[in-house]
Structure formats: structure tokens, C-alpha cells
Design a protein around this ligand. Sequence first.
Ligand code: AMP
Ligand code: ZN
Length: 111
Amino acid sequence: MDCLFCKIVAGNIPAQIVAKNDFVTAFNDITPQAPTHILIIPNQHFENIGQVAIKDEKLVGQMFQMAEEIAVDKKLTGYRTVLNTGASAGQSVFHAHIHLLAGRAFAWPPG
Ligand code: AMP
Ligand code: ZN
């Protein structure tokens, strides 16, 4: 399968890995939208978070656990998580990922 994030998990494309376990990998976004911008992905390929939820609900929790562990480790006072599902919602890489953003003020509603 020709998937960018699968290649990052496999180590075939370089990335700044922040954390990794048997199920989930976190790495810095290549185009950061905030001082902290980390992507948290399942090691196994799923097209989007909806598919993760349907096929492996525990894995959704493992992804958010890693987000929280990174936030504690980095002493973030708050953070925003973003999940774009589908091209019309802004998804551009079709391997499920949580955006973990922190280090600046965030507006609501989001853009
Ligand atoms: P989305 O638009 O929600 O699918 O988010 C995809 C994210 O992947 C974007 O924020 C991109 O900047 C990021 N991205 C694309 N290629 C890479 C890469 N090689 N390494 C790290 N992040 C990437
Ligand atoms: Zn993939």
C-alpha cells in the first residue's frame, strides 16, 4: 500500500518521532501550525478515525492516551486535538491521525 504514514511507521520515510509503542506512533508535523504540532497515528493502517473506532475501539483510546502522556511530558497547560475525517473536512493524508496542537491561543469556531 502506498501510504505515507505507513512508511513513517516502518521507518522508510524519516520523521521526528516523539513517542512510539506497539500500537501507536507520534511524530512532529512537517508543517507545524502551532509551536507544538504532533501527529498521533495507529501503527496499523486505517483510513480515518471513524474506521479505527468501528474496527478497533480500544485503539482510539490508546491514541488519546498517547496524546495525554505527551502533554504531561511536555508540561502543556492545554492542547487542542483535531481529527479531519474526509477530504471535505480537510483530511489530506488518508491514514488516521490526531493532530495535537499547543503553545498558542486557539480560536473558536475553528477555521
Ligand atoms: P490532514 O490534512 O488532517 O490529513 O493532516 C495531514 C498532516 O500531515 C498535515 O498537517 C501535514 O503537514 C502532515 N504531513 C504531511 N506529510 C508529512 C510528513 N512527511 N511528515 C510529517 N507530517 C506530514
Ligand atoms: Zn497507512
